[in-house]
Design a protein around this ligand. Structure first.
Ligand SMILES: Nc1ncnc2c1ncn2[C@@H]1O[C@H](COP(=O)(O)OP(=O)(O)OP(=O)(O)O)[C@@H](O)[C@H]1O
Length: 307
């Protein structure tokens, strides 16, 4: 298996307290991997260790199959990142900011700068002052800056934080495009489940400094069970009617008065019509579609496996 990132029992201690422990992370080449976890779960700390901003207290990091050591800092050239949020010289133009960054890196290539701006669709605003950029444009400029050296892995910490729905969609589309067209592997973090669900191939659930589970979105979708939830004025009679009038057998009663129907070949409308015909009052009927949110809460509250 071609892994871009592998960590082995990675841990970080701060003032005697372990803020992340025993992290065995695996990110495959070409995938969009998402770290999911509440504030303070340890996502940023791991990203800082992967980008060489912070040193691990123990454990190992392997990037592109090579162990990351002080001597092999060159490997980090293959990684681009925005950790926390991108900081610019606000009173300078976008292009000037990128040029300064290149000079600082000792890598000056005007063509690469123009190409990066083009990739994130910021061509035409390179002479605009950064202070006049929207948050979404700044995020895109941050991605352009991280892309100048043509990294194979981009690490973006909460890339859609603070953006409005259109800005969020723009960044999502940009990440997808960079992944598909340029084959860039991504490590993203977010605490917004719905957002991650729409973009990642695989997720790692972080909780209190531990990586609980790594699972593909395809696996989550396969496991999910959708059902219709029904509350009526007469549970026993409803069950009898569902079985005999609509031939539904896959259902269960929960909390005494709620029926969950797992047979979705019969619509809510048919159920409602049939019950109305038999004078059964419906207090509630709704379709429940399980999602990443269900999986996440199961992991956090059900004590998911540590990987
Ligand atoms: N330098 C530090 N000194 C003390 N505590 C720290 C330090 N860095 C991080 N922590 C603590 O470690 C925990 C993990 O922080 P981290 O920033 O990695 O979490 P996170 O999952 O990225 O959350 P957020 O989304 O809020 O950034 C937090 O409780 C944080 O307060």
């Amino acid at each position: 298996m071609d892994y871009v990132v592998r960590t082995n029992r990675l841990a970080k201690k701060v003032k005697g307290h372990e803020i992340v422990s025993n992290i065995n992370l695996r990110i495959k080449k070409g995938e969009i991997y998402g770290f999911l976890g509440q504030n303070g779960a340890g996502k940023t700390t791991i990203m800082k260790m992967l980008t060489g901003i912070t040193l691990p207290s123990s454990g190992e990091i392997e990037l592109f199959g090579q162990r990351l050591t002080a001597k092999l800092k060159n490997t980090l050239k293959r990684v681009g990142s925005i950790i926390e949020y991108p900081i610019f010289f606000e009173h300078l133009k976008a292009l000037e900011n990128l040029k300064i960054h290149c000079e600082y890196l000792g890598f000056y290539d005007e063509h690469a700068i123009k190409e990066a701006l083009d990739m994130v669709h910021l061509k035409g605003v390179e002479d605009k002052l950064v202070k006049d950029f929207s948050l979404g444009m700044k995020q895109r400029l941050g991605i352009a800056r991280a892309m100048i050296t043509k990294p194979e892995l981009l690490i973006l910490d909460e890339p859609t934080n603070g953006l409005d729905p259109i800005g969020i969609k723009d960044i999502r589309d940009l990440i997808r495009m960079l992944n598909k067209e340029y084959g860039i592997t991504f490590l993203l973090s977010s605490h917004i489940l719905g957002e991650m669900e729409q973009i990642v191939d695989r997720i790692g659930v972080m909780n209190h400094g531990r990586l609980l589970n790594e699972v593909t979105m395809a696996e989550i979708r396969k496991q999910r069970t959708d059902y219709i939830e029904l509350v009526t004025t007469d549970v026993q009679k409803t069950v009898y009617l569902l079985e005999n009038e609509l031939q539904i057998s896959n259902m269960k009663i929960i909390q005494g008065n709620t029926i969950r129907i797992y047979d979705l070949s019969i619509s809510q409308i048919d159920i409602s019509k049939m019950l109305a015909l038999h004078d059964i009052g419906i207090e509630e009927i709704l379709k429940h579609t399980s999602s990443l949110e269900d999986y996440y809460y199961e992991q956090i509250h059900g004590g998911g496996n540590v990987v």
